[in-house]
Design a protein around this ligand. Sequence first.
Ligand SMILES: NC(=O)c1ccc[n+]([C@@H]2O[C@H](COP(=O)([O-])OP(=O)(O)OC[C@H]3O[C@@H](n4cnc5c(N)ncnc54)[C@H](OP(=O)(O)O)[C@@H]3O)[C@@H](O)[C@H]2O)c1
Length: 227
Amino acid sequence: MVGASGRLGRYMVRHALERGYEVVGVCREQSVGKLAEFEGRITVVPGATDDRAVIARAVDGCDAVLTVLAPWGMNHYASGTAQAVLDHAAPDARLVFSCGWHITRDGKDVYPLRLRAFVAAFGRLAKLARLVDLDDQVEACRRIFASDTRWTVVRGSDLEEGESQGLPVWSRHVGDPVLASNLTRRVDFALFMVEALRNDELVRQAPAIVGRLSPSALAHAPADQAA
Ligand SMILES: NC(=O)c1ccc[n+]([C@@H]2O[C@H](COP(=O)([O-])OP(=O)(O)OC[C@H]3O[C@@H](n4cnc5c(N)ncnc54)[C@H](OP(=O)(O)O)[C@@H]3O)[C@@H](O)[C@H]2O)c1
């Protein structure tokens, strides 16, 4: 788990442990304490997630790598993290990355005006403040999409906290009616990331997800996902 100490990361650790996986977590040194609840049950490798030596050590011997891609700072943190995972994970390892709906794989996503306006305004302001570089998260995903590894990029809708509703519903393109509610519980985003490890249908796919009990999912989920 790369980025194990964040909100999404800790939910992913919980799901993985419940499923009996052996977990190695990477997080920044100052965040190790956020993993205290897992002490003795996971191995923690402290360090920046774009540090190639840290990632090489952490992924050694792992069958799968789940990575939280976060667009922090102006030093190519997301693309550096993705590249380190792509380069150092075993060639046949299952790789699952998280990002938001704003990432498009094939340009066929149709975004709500509200989301386009938010990404444009937030992206510009955050870049000016040198806090967040959304373009670097786009670059990270471009590299993943171009790689011949066994990747999945899970694109999250808006997120909220709350009890699990079960496995989110997904579609290949934002704009599909099933995604219209644009809301997923963070605990279920993590569930989707962990369950993707066992779903080969998702290899080299960039599913956009939405909460299972959201109105659009209830109205439009395809039969194979509604079951
Ligand atoms: N928030 C949303 O509404 C939303 C919507 C759609 C998709 N997503 C996607 O969901 C994933 C998780 O997002 P989240 O909002 O729930 O975040 P999160 O899991 O709480 O944190 C994300 C990661 O960012 C790291 N981080 C925080 N500040 C940092 C800094 N200054 N420098 C380097 N790393 C830093 C955190 O590490 P530490 O523990 O060390 O702080 C953590 O690993 C991301 O891939 C995001 O793109 C989020």
